[in-house]
Design a protein around this ligand. Structure first.
Ligand SMILES: Nc1ncnc2c1ncn2[C@@H]1O[C@H](COP(=O)(O)OP(=O)(O)OP(=O)(O)O)[C@@H](O)[C@H]1O
Length: 295
């Protein structure tokens, strides 16, 4: 059994709820935590990682309060903080060996694990190079490796793809698929494509509150009937649509422009068709639609 139960989790900073009454039940698998800036993702993850304590509510691991499990729980966690910075004067392998020692791995075991991880994150060839000479993506990979060092049962990755280029993002998605299926992986992002293929479920939070947790299918179903494509070649109309609606994308063709919009009601333009929702619509629909509804 590998289960996390989050019950009425609330974290208050100076009268403001950074997390409010969050209830979730998580089993092994990858969960994408999605939300705009300031939604409360890091706060949520910090509580799971025991970096900060809840103001109220609790977290249970396999039915037991993590407060009472204490180090027993901490030994099961791997955590990549948002602002992770490996000690720059270390070489990659040296740094991971150091982290392994902190996690209590014996020397032989540590050597083996560090070697495995350097290969997994694609840094084996540069293992004896200074981390300070690494690119942002490589540093992030060192961060992911250190989070994996103790073979965690719960892996918490706070924006693991922040600052990565498309190639590094693809590499990260591959890496994720190689992390054991026996682990609860929670990764935060505001880039929907990072979790589209990798996550079994997406958890959305906004203003500190849980908005929705669901599989891709469930999330797409929740947007059913709200995505439209308007086809036009009238520039005045195009400008008006951009003002009135939340536009997911504009596809300018030789003769016509196709505009994909999110709307609660059928937009009243001559050539408007209902469109099957896609994952690319999720962010706009859940986090930016309110402004559009006010129009
Ligand atoms: N230590 C703190 N003291 C006071 N307020 C805080 C603290 N940490 C977070 N907050 C506030 O709590 C809210 C949630 O912040 P949090 O960092 O959890 O959001 P986030 O979703 O991770 O955002 P981002 O994507 O920008 O990192 C924000 O309004 C933030 O300003």
């Amino acid at each position: 059994m590998n289960n996390l139960e989050i019950k009425n989790l609330t974290k208050t900073y100076k009268h403001k709820n950074a997390n409010e009454d969050i209830n979730l039940n998580l089993d092994s698998g990858v969960y994408g935590l999605l939300g705009p800036n300031g939604a409360g993702k890091s706060t949520f993850m910090k509580q799971l990682a025991t970096i900060t304590t809840p103001s109220s509510g609790k977290i249970l691991y396999n039915g037991k309060d993590i407060k009472s499990l204490d180090d027993e729980y901490r030994d099961l966690i791997g955590y990549l903080p948002q602002d992770f910075d490996a000690y720059k004067n270390f070489k990659a392998k040296e740094f991971l060996m150091y982290m392994a020692a902190l996690k209590g791995l014996k020397k032989d075991e540590a050597k083996k694990r560090v070697e495995e991880l350097l290969k997994l994150v694609g840094l084996y060839e540069v293992r004896n190079k200074l981390v300070s000479k690494f690119s942002g993506g490589m540093k992030r990979r060192v961060g992911i490796a250190q989070a994996l060092i103790n073979n965690p049962k719960i892996l918490i990755l706070d924006e693991p793809t922040a600052g990565l280029d498309p190639q590094e993002r693809a590499r990260f998605r591959n890496l994720l698929s190689n992390i054991g299926t026996e682990t609860i992986v929670i990764l935060s992002t505001h880039i929907i494509s990072d979790i589209e293929s990798a996550a079994k479920e997406t958890i959305m939070i906004k203003d500190g509150k849980l908005l929705l947790k669901g599989t891709h299918k469930e999330i797409l179903e929740s947007m059913e009937g709200k995505v439209y494509t308007i086809t036009t070649n009238d520039e005045i109309e195009i400008n008006e649509i951009q003002r009135k609606y939340k536009v997911v994308n504009i596809n300018r063709g030789m003769e016509y422009t196709q505009i994909r919009v999110i709307s609660d009601t059928l937009p009243k333009y001559t050539n408007t068709t209902y469109t099957e929702p896609k994952f690319e619509d999720v962010y706009m629909f859940y986090f930016e639609l309110e402004d559009a509804r006010e129009v």
